[in-house]
Design a protein around this ligand. Structure first.
Ligand code: ADP
Ligand code: ZN
Length: 214
């Protein structure tokens, strides 16, 4: 099964993707994570994308489509792919459609996670992530452990993303509404869209996603 998690920044796509990986042996393909990895590895591409990401703008289609193509070419045996944060533009959606056809694969569902804008701002400005394993913390709902060690892997490197501030977030929201939200209509028309309430608790959201994938 191959699915897309679609939704604004802070909708909880990464958290739910990680759960699907654990429960269904799926492979998570997060372009955001790939781009952040490229940055820390100091590659030429990493340098090019760093400023764009920190501002909250979208990286070029060419770069992210290239990253996704590279991952799909690895053709890992699994319960399928979860596309998280990709596609973000209509050009990316078309490219993904073509890549899947070339692989003889289908897109089984596009799960839209609905969250209102005010909740997004609150979530994102409270967010921190383990640099080592990707575990997500939130000052209000899941604080960083008092000893500063990740409860999942023990790393002390729990960091806030450079783009998780109010100004970058506003740019990310604009990019979402201008460039990504048209994908909701696009996939609805194709008959692939399922919408879930992303404001519910993490377990409730997982349950709605499971239902949407039945
Ligand atoms: P979030 O969903 O919280 O905004 P991501 O980790 O998915 O965060 O993405 C962080 C940043 O990486 C984006 O703001 C953008 O600059 C870049 N990015 C990630 N995925 C894409 C994509 N598919 N197309 C263009 N830029 C992307
Ligand atoms: Zn960790």
């Amino acid at each position: 099964m191959n699915i897309i998690l679609l939704g604004p920044p802070g909708a909880g796509k990464g958290t739910q993707a990680r759960r699907l990986v654990d429960e269904r042996n799926m492979v998570q393909l997060s372009t955001g994570d790939m781009l952040r990895a490229a940055r820390t590895s100091g590659t030429e591409m990493g340098k090019i994308v760093a400023d764009v990401m920190d501002r909250g703008d979208l990286v070029t289609d060419e770069i992210v489509i290239g990253l996704i193509r590279e991952e799909l070419e690895k053709d890992q045996a699994s319960g399928g792919y979860i596309f998280d944060g990709f596609p973000r533009t209509l050009a990316q959606a078309d490219a993904l459609g073509r890549l899947l056809i070339d692989m003889g694969e289908n897109l089984d569902a596009v799960v839209e996670m609905q969250v209102d804008d005010e909740a997004l701002v609150a979530r994102i400005t409270a967010r921190a992530t383990c640099a080592s394993c990707g575990e997500v913390y939130n000052d209000n709902t899941k604080p960083i452990p008092a000893d500063g060690k990740c409860s999942n892997c023990g790393s002390t490197e729990i960091t806030r993303r450079a783009d998780d501030n109010e100004e970058s977030l506003r740019t990310r929201l604009l990019a979402y509404y201008k460039q990504t939200s048209p994908l909701i209509g696009y996939y609805y028309a194709k008959g692939d869209l399922k919408s879930v309430d992303g404001l519910a608790s993490m377990d409730e959201v997982s349950a709605s996603i499971a239902k949407a994938l039945e």
